[in-house]
Ligand binder design. Structure first.
Ligand code: CA
Length: 238
């Protein structure tokens, strides 16, 4: 082989290795990763830290409901993927709903959490909001952490959107037929989010250098329809 060809080969191989390395560091650096996929069954993961969240008993007191869902919600013992129930929430035209759960976390580890969702006759207002899931974090001083600084690092957010003290999932979700806002009737789908808590604490200069609790929130503004949620879990991962 000619000298020049060898040089080219080495150059190509070096750039290939560099590309792979930079891809690996991108993946490893992600502060948020999230995914959505349809499911027909689910098993609660071992080590789940949210008590009662398979809705096999009553709705746990840790579930806080707001707007119309404060009165329009019930344990549904006929529709569920685990235990013997789920929580059903509904509202009418132009109304809003919200539910959230606060829970303590091990800030030294990544946190994987998720839940399953099902909708019926969901109608969104034109140019309005979407069915979205938000994450809030509290630092070692018990303060909500402002996440706006993350707007400079979209490559580490997996498409999620920081907005003050909350980071939301985006409007468009791919349930298998292309990305679009969730509307109408959809059978169960699993939403899973992985948050790198130590990295986030360092990046956002969290008080005492640590994140101590997380709020997961589901919000639906000006719209109508029914939403079920089941199998809410949070598990520390290495
Ligand atoms: Ca259940």
């Amino acid at each position: 082989m000619k000298r020049a060809t060898w040089k080219n080969t080495i150059l190509i191989m070096t750039s290939a290795v560099l590309m792979v390395l930079s891809l690996i560091s991108l993946v490893a650096a992600a502060m948020f990763e999230w995914s959505v996929k349809p499911v027909t069954s689910f098993t609660m993961p071992a080590g789940n830290t949210i008590a009662g969240s398979d809705l096999s008993g009553d709705i746990p007191r840790s579930f806080v409901f707001g707007y119309e869902w404060a009165k329009n919600r019930q344990l549904d013992n006929s529709t569920f993927l685990t235990g013997n129930g789920s929580v059903l929430m509904w509202h009418n035209d132009g109304e809003r709903g919200r539910v959230y759960i606060d829970f303590p976390v091990d800030g030294d580890k990544k946190l994987k959490f998720g839940f399953v969702v099902k909708t019926e006759d969901l109608k969104l207002a034109e140019n309005g909001s979407w069915l979205r899931w938000g994450i809030y974090i509290k630092d070692g001083l018990g303060a909500w952490v402002d996440m706006n600084a993350l707007k400079d690092k979209p490559e580490e957010l997996g498409g999620m959107l920081p907005n003050g003290i909350v980071t939301y999932t985006p409007a468009e979700v791919d349930l298998g037929d292309g990305p679009k806002p969730i509307t109408g009737t959809n059978d169960w789908f699993l939403v899973e989010i992985v948050v790198d808590l130590p990295k986030l604490a360092a990046e956002l200069q969290a008080g005492m250098g640590i994140i101590t609790s997380v709020r997961i929130d589901q919000t639906l503004y000006y719209s109508s329809g029914k939403v079920w949620v089941d199998c809410i879990y949070a598990v520390p991962v290495d």
